[in-house]
Design a protein. Structure first.
Length: 106
């Protein structure tokens, strides 16, 4: 080989090595960027999950409180209805018993 061909071969080899090194650096940089982006996404998902859990807990507590309030209100109204029915039944019974005794006394 002559000197010119050897120099061209060396230059070509150096260019290939440089291209390989540049490609390797670019791949490493891309991998780091992807890793960082994935970590950011994972952090966002974690925050969303935490927020959703807190909101669901608050919603559950609100629903339980409302349900308890409705049950209490229903029980009070039911007790009022029972008292009204008992009172009317007692009055009707007294009236009829009174009428029966009056008829017997006549």
């Amino acid at each position: 080989m002559n000197n010119v061909n050897k120099n061209q071969l060396d230059t070509f080899s150096n260019q290939i090595i440089s291209l390989k090194d540049t490609t390797q650096q670019n791949l490493e940089l891309s991998a780091k960027i992807q890793k960082d982006q994935l970590q950011q996404i994972a952090d966002q998902i974690y925050k969303l999950n935490t927020t959703n859990s807190q909101e669901l807990k608050q919603m559950r507590e609100t629903i339980e409180n409302k349900l308890t309030s409705i049950q209490k209100d229903n029980n009070e109204k039911l007790e009022q209805m029972r008292a009204t029915v008992d009172e009317k039944l007692h009055n009707t019974l007294e009236t009829r018993l009174g009428e029966s005794f009056n008829k017997m006394n006549e």
